[in-house]
Design a protein around this ligand. Structure first.
Ligand code: ATP
Ligand code: MG
Length: 440
């Protein structure tokens, strides 16, 4: 048997789980102690006390039985019953046989059972009329002997004191434990926040704190973050250095070429130079990815409209299908626009018709770029998303300065938003469907 179903009801947060682990044993122990120990203990005590009183009652009853008449019976026993705190009186025989106790009077049942067992002559026992007194009737030759004595003689007083103390103390301990627990959970929570923020491209100030294990994890996270930041920095410096240094000789080359007599050869060369410039722009863009804008509220539908209009102006067949039924979503507008431009650029290069759409969910925004081109073979989709990978080298190398960075830039941007890029086959149009998934 597995306990998988339990998981559904278990709390999800560490705080909740720790609290559960802490509380369950306390509550179970309390229940066991309360039910087994207290009940047994008080029932036994009640029985013993009842038996003692029963002995006294039997002795008094015997005295009453032995007396010559009703008046003598009462006077003979007056001194003794007064000393024992038991009231005696004689009454007409009454047909009242039922025992009475209040329904919540647990020890009362034990009192009745014990008295009945010890005193066979008892006709009725009444614990209900006055919960501080026990009244009972016994047969005697002079009529029914009615007996009354304080309830405290047969029941332990204040049985709830132990319970109240137990519950009170454990409540206090639980509160204290909760306070300590919260202090233990807080560093983990902060580490999780810092890690999540870094995953989305933001570096929150973070200092390891808390228990040793948490501190270690925090330090490891900081080391990792520093290393990644250093790598990004190096990539940026290198790529922008290369691009920048190449740009100057390229400009000179372009100038020199434009001075020459215009003929097909120089035109080709000029085209190549322009492609190289475009490539350098891509490199620079890739390198500067992380220094893009801050998140701000953007209407996804509006973003798509802007992109479609821009593409239409360039004579491309790009349309927006459907609507995004929502208001603004928090994202980095420049970055997302850039990622979508890359996807649209790919699509118009490979297909005739391109459609944009978006879906806004609880936790994510999905931008879709679909086309009716040849698509990408599922086997090489992973490959296509890697930097500097071009799949169509043979097909169209000379169509602009493609370096194979478009998809990897889009992925980088998606990751900055805690999302991802999915490549699939478009069911509607037959070509590629690129989905930019961004966490909200
Ligand atoms: N919509 C598409 N239809 C068919 N193939 C595609 C599509 N989008 C991308 N590809 C393939 O995936 C490869 C990688 O795309 P990516 O955008 O990363 O590079 P690129 O377009 O070649 O160069 P860059 O975007 O840097 O100019 C492309 O070379 C192309 O072969
Ligand atoms: Mg591209």
């Amino acid at each position: 048997m597995t306990f998988a179903w339990l998981k559904r009801y278990a709390p999800r947060s560490l705080y909740g789980r720790a609290a559960l682990i802490l509380l369950t044993p306390v509550i179970v122990i309390q229940l066991v102690v309360a039910i087994v120990f207290i009940q047994r203990h008080y029932e036994d005590v009640t029985e013993q006390m009842s038996r003692n009183v029963a002995l006294e009652l039997r002795f008094l009853a015997d005295q009453v039985d032995a007396a010559p008449g009703p008046a003598a019976a009462l006077t003979d026993t007056a001194a003794l019953s007064g000393a024992l705190g038991i009231e005696l009186s004689l009454a007409e025989r009454r047909a009242r046989l039922a025992d009475r106790r209040r329904f919540y009077d647990w020890s009362g049942r034990r009192v009745i059972d014990t008295l009945r067992a010890e005193l066979p002559d008892v006709r009725w026992i009444d614990l209900a009329s006055d919960d501080k007194r026990v009244a009972l009737g016994m047969d005697s030759p002079h009529g029914t002997l009615e007996i009354g004595f304080p309830r405290s003689r047969v029941s332990a007083s204040n049985p709830h004191q132990l319970l109240v103390l137990m519950v009170g103390v454990s409540l206090l301990m639980t509160v204290i434990a909760f306070l300590f627990l919260r202090n233990q959970v807080r560093p983990i929570h902060r580490l999780a926040q810092a890690a999540e923020a870094f995953g989305r491209g933001r570096a929150l100030p973070y200092r390891p704190s808390g228990a040793t294990e948490v501190r270690l994890a925090g330090q490891a996270f900081l080391d990792m973050r520093n290393r990644i930041e250093r790598q990004i920095e190096q990539r940026t410096i290198m790529l922008s250095g290369v691009s920048h240094d190449l740009r100057t000789p390229l400009t000179r080359l372009k100038l020199g070429l434009s001075m020459l007599e215009p003929d097909p050869d120089t035109e080709d060369l000029l085209g190549d130079v322009r492609d190289m410039e475009a490539m350098l722009d891509s490199f620079l863009g890739f390198a500067q990815l992380d220094s893009l804008d801050d998140p701000e509220p953007v209407d996804p539908a509006e973003l798509l409209e802007t992109l479609a209009r821009g593409a239409a102006r360039a004579g491309q067949n790009v349309t927006v299908s459907g609507t995004c039924p929502t208001g603004p979503v928090l994202l980095r507008p420049m970055a997302v626009q850039r990622a979508l431009e890359n996807l649209i650029g790919n699509a118009v290069r490979h297909a005739d018709r391109v459609e944009l759409s978006c879906v806004v969910g609880e936790r994510a925004v999905v931008f879709r770029v679909e086309d009716d081109g040849p698509g990408i073979d599922p086997a090489v989709r992973e490959e296509a998303m890697k930097p500097f990978t071009r799949l169509d080298t043979a097909r169209g190398q000379n169509r602009g300065g493609n370096v194979g960075l478009g998809l990897s830039i889009a992925i980088d941007i998606a990751r900055q938003h805690g999302g991802t890029l999915r490549l699939e086959t478009s069911e509607r149009m037959g070509g590629l469907r690129a989905e930019l998934v961004l966490a909200r």
